[in-house]
Structure formats: C-alpha cells, structure tokens
Design a protein around this ligand. Structure first.
Ligand code: KG4
Ligand code: ZN
Length: 356
C-alpha cells in the first residue's frame, strides 16, 4: 500500500486550520503543512468565543487557509488520498462550515470523505508525534472535556473516568475571568502563575485519593473565587499568587487522578498501558506536562505529550485521524451530519446520562 496523503480541516471552536499529513503503511507520519489562524482577536472584546461570530469568521477564511495548506504542502487535490474534517463535537456553526467544505472538495475531487471526531483527533495525536502503540492511557484535557481513557485501537476508547462538573480548561478559563485576565484564560493563568507564589493559598484538591479516576473542579474554582472576593481590590501580586496556587492545586489533583487512572486501566484491561499520553489544549501547560512526566516515570511507563502547538486545536491532528481511519478502510458517506455532541465512549456516556 502506498502512503496516504490527507487534507484535514478543523473548525470546531475558535481556530480555523487546514493541514496536509502523510501516513506510511507502517504508521510513520509527515506533516507537510499545518496552517492555523486563531480567532482570538475577533472574540477578545467579548471575553470568550461567540459562536455566531466564530462560524462567520470560519466561512470568511477557510478557503484561503486550505489553499495555503495545499500550497505549502505542494500537492494538488487530485493527489490526495482523502479529505478529513472535524464533524464534531464543537460549536455547530463552525462544524457545519468545515464539514460542508470537506464534502465539496471530496465530491469535486472524487476523494473519500472522513468525518473525524475532534476528541479522537486529540487522542491519536501522540501516534502522529511519537508513534505510540495501542493500548495507551490517555488524559484528555481540553476546554470542554476532561477524561481518562484506555485507547485500545482507532475507534476503540473506554472511558475510565471523567469530570463530575467543570472541565480543567473550563476551570482555567473561569479563574482567568474572575481575575479579569483576558481570554483565552489558560495561557494567561499560566503566565501569571510564573510570577506568583504557589504556597500563598492552600486551595483544595478535590477527589484526592479516591479510587475511581474521576475529577471535580468546581470546589477548587469556588475556593479561588472566595479568596479573590475576600482580597478585592486585587493587586498584581494577589492575581499572580492566586494563579500560582490554583495551578499548583490543579497539578496535584491531575497527578493523583492519573495514578488512579493507571490502576483502573490495569483492572479493566488486565495489563498495563504502553504509555501515558496527554492531549487537548490544557496539555500545553508546562507545569502539567512536567508533573505528568514524573508520574509516568514513577509508574515506569513511556510518556508522550505532543508539542504545545499540536495540543491545542489544529488541522494536522484531524488529517492524521483521517489517515488512521482511511488506513483501516473507514470512510464516510457524503450525507453524514455534523454533531454538536459526540462522545468517544458512547457506552460510558449512555450510563452517565442514565444516572443523571
Ligand atoms: O483543545 P483546545 O484547544 O480546544 C477545545 O477543544 O476545547 O483546548 C482549549 C482549552 C481552553 O480551556 C484553554 O484555556 C486551555 O485549553 N489551555 C490551557 C493552556 N493553553 C490552552 N490551559 C492551561 N494552560 C495552558 N497553557
Ligand atoms: Zn480541542
């Protein structure tokens, strides 16, 4: 079999991105291009992503972003093996823009379409960057999701644990907002934390020591809010110390939850993971990356975390997930629908809904 050459399109949130990625039959990868246009400037006056504005901005620039990705990769549509787009989960207006564009290109160029789950793309990025073998333990930490998963194969994900309330990225974003830091919150909180003292406030580490590898962030977030209210008006030092103390609590609780996840992985699969993989926007955080490297060493397993640029949303991860699916003969029909919600482990999602 020849190498697969896939165009990937990402428009689920506030990044418009297109990339061309090659995958050899043995699983070797080559990122030929990865063009990312952030909408941060467009949304920042509103303090967060405005879905309608995001969808319009995707429409305006997606064609140019795709043309640039094809130009940098130096390939023609006729040379592609397939066209992949994130078909969800995400803001539905943006998802429609990306998926419809992918369908149009697939139809015109007579190429297979692959409708990629955005979360699956994050989950498989470590195979693009590090060639990690199945099955691995994945910590997926983004703006909307916080999960520990056993990644057993392409399309086979078992959820071991999840957050009972806020996602980790959401907690970073909310803490940034309460401290009047600009959107997007995660990188701002991280930058402030570097300037502050993590030991000034002893914030709670919810779920610490629990056997089930679940997360809870809302108590920690509330504790930061109460402290900020008590101190108001906040000095620059207060903001930095609050960020540092918050981030230290997140680092501790994530490390503990990943240890619980590794135990749950062994219980569920009857063997240990090949690697600990961290994915999603929050995996761009340096302290979290470094602390989990220590956890992996302690557990005596390989550690793989993509570079920060491949942790946050990008087209290369969509193209790669498309190539992984195509390599297994998986493709989608042109009438496939975009999805605002799309769990990686439908069984876990169904039982969670039944409980709720
Ligand atoms: O995966 P992603 O780019 O988009 C989603 O699919 O959600 O993740 C975005 C999330 C946001 O909540 C953002 O604040 C967070 O990732 N994030 C960070 C950092 N960079 C992005 N959180 C903490 N530290 C960072 N350096
Ligand atoms: Zn994402």
């Amino acid at each position: 079999m020849a190498d697969l050459l896939v165009l990937g399109i990402e428009t689920t949130c506030d990044e418009t991105s297109a990339a061309v990625v090659a995958r050899s039959p043995s699983g070797a990868s080559d990122i030929r291009s990865n063009v990312i246009r952030s909408q941060v400037e467009i949304h920042s006056p509103y303090g967060g992503v405005v879905p309608e504005i995001a969808a319009r901005a995707h429409v305006e620039i997606l064609d140019h972003v795709i043309a640039e990705a094809m130009r940098q990769a130096n390939v023609a549509f006729s040379e592609l093996s397939g066209v992949a787009a994130a078909a969800g989960p995400g803001l539905i207006g943006g998802v429609i823009v990306g998926l419809t564009t992918a369908k149009a290109i697939a139809l015109a160029a007579k190429k297979p379409l692959v409708a990629v789950n955005h979360l699956e793309a994050h989950a498989l990025t470590a195979r693009l960057t590090d060639g990690v073998a199945f099955p691995y333990l994945l910590l997926l930490v983004s703006g909307g999701h916080t999960q520990l998963l056993a990644v057993e194969d392409v399309g086979r994900y078992t959820r071991l644990g999840t957050t009972l309330d806020d996602a980790v990225g959401e907690a970073f974003d909310k803490v940034a907002k309460m401290l009047s830091l600009p959107y997007p919150g995660g990188p701002q909180v991280e930058a402030q934390a570097k300037l502050g003292y993590a030991s000034r406030f002893a914030f709670p580490r919810p779920m610490l020591g629990r056997r089930e590898p679940d997360f809870s962030l809302s108590g920690l977030k509330t504790a930061v809010r109460l402290e900020a209210d008590r101190l108001a008006p906040l000095s620059d030092d207060d903001v930095a110390d609050l960020c540092a103390s918050f981030q230290a609590a997140v680092v501790d609780l994530i490390a503990d939850r990943v240890r619980a996840g590794a135990r749950a992985f062994r219980d569920r699969l009857g063997r240990g993971p090949t690697a600990l993989v961290v994915a999603g926007g929050v995996a761009a955080n340096t302290m979290i990356r470094e602390s989990l490297a220590k956890v992996a060493a302690e557990l005596n397993i390989r550690y793989a975390v993509p570079s920060p640029a491949l942790c946050t949303d990008n087209g290369a991860m969509i193209a790669w997930a498309g190539a992984e699916r195509l390599s297994r003969g998986i493709r989608d029909r042109l009438d496939i629908s975009p999805r605002a919600r799309w769990p990686l482990d439908p069984a876990a999602a169904a039982s969670a809904n039944a409980r709720a």
